[in-house]
Design a protein around this ligand. Structure first.
Ligand SMILES: Cc1cc2nc3c(=O)[nH]c(=O)nc-3n(C[C@H](O)[C@H](O)[C@H](O)COP(=O)(O)O)c2cc1C
Length: 192
C-alpha cells in the first residue's frame, strides 16, 4: 500500500511539517505502507480552475504544477491529510489541491491528523469529510487530534508525552490500511 501524507498548510513559520514528520515516523514504524510526504508548499497550484471542471474532464490539459502533484496523488492508495483549523475550517490550499483532481481521490481511503488551538483540527477535519464524500473517497473514523499543540511538542518538535498520540496513530494506521487494501482490491475489479 502506498500512503501519501499531505502537509495541508503552506504559510511561513507553519507547524504542519512537524506534525507530518511525527506521523510519517509512526507510519514507518507501522510497516504496512510505503510513505510519500507531500508538501503542498512545493507545488504552486493555480487558484483558478479550468473552464471545463475537472469532474467533467479528468484527463484534460493541466499546468505543470498540477500535473506534478497529480502524479504523486495518483500513485497513492491512501492519504493522511495533516491540517490545522483556519477560522473553523481547513486551509484554502487544501481546497485547491482537492478541487484540481477527481480520479486521484476516487475510491481511496483518507485519514486525518489535526492540530490547532482548542479545537485541535477537528473542525477542519469535519469539513474535509463532507468534501471527500463528493469525490467518492472513504474517510476513516479514527483520527489524531492535537488541541493546543504548542503545549504538547517541545522546542525540537518532539512530543513531550508521545504515549497517547502514538497509540492513536497506530489505531488510525491499522484502520486506514484495512480500508486501503479493501478499496484497492475493489478498484482492480472491473465493474459491469
Ligand atoms: C488564518 C488562521 C486562522 C486560524 N483559526 C483558528 C481556529 O479557528 N481555531 C483554532 O484553534 N486555531 C486557529 N488558528 C491557529 C492555528 O491553528 C495555528 O496557528 C496553527 O499553527 C496553524 O497551522 P500552521 O502553523 O501549520 O499554519 C488559526 C490560524 C490562522 C493562521
Amino acid at each position: 500500500m502506498k500512503l501519501a501524507v499531505i502537509i495541508g498548510s503552506v504559510r511561513e513559520g507553519r507547524f504542519g511539517p512537524t506534525v507530518a514528520d511525527w506521523f510519517a515516523e509512526q507510519a514507518a514504524a507501522h510497516g504496512g505502507f510505503d510513505i510519500d510526504v507531500v508538501d503542498l508548499a512545493d507545488f504552486d497550484l493555480p487558484r483558478d480552475l479550468p473552464a471545463i471542471p475537472p469532474m467533467m474532464d479528468p484527463g484534460g490539459p493541466r499546468p505543470a504544477s498540477v500535473a506534478a502533484l497529480g502524479e504523486r496523488l495518483a500513485a497513492a492508495d491512501a492519504f493522511i491529510i495533516v491540517t490545522p483549523d483556519y477560522n473553523r475550517g481547513y486551509p484554502a490550499v487544501l481546497k485547491a489541491a482537492i478541487d484540481w483532481y477527481v480520479t486521484e481521490w476516487d475510491s481511496k481511503a483518507i485519514g486525518f491528523v489535526g492540530y490547532s488551538g482548542a479545537s485541535g483540527g477537528l473542525l477542519a477535519i469535519e469539513g474535509l469529510r463532507q468534501v471527500f464524500n463528493e469525490l467518492n473517497a472513504h474517510t476513516v473514523r479514527n483520527y489524531v487530534s492535537f488541541p493546543r499543540y504548542y503545549l504538547l511538542f517541545d522546542a525540537e518538535g518532539k512530543l513531550i508525552d508521545p504515549t497517547e498520540p502514538n497509540a492513536a496513530a497506530a489505531a488510525l494506521l491499522d484502520q486506514l490500511h484495512w480500508w486501503a487494501a479493501a478499496l484497492t482490491a475493489a478498484r482492480n475489479v472491473a465493474v459491469g
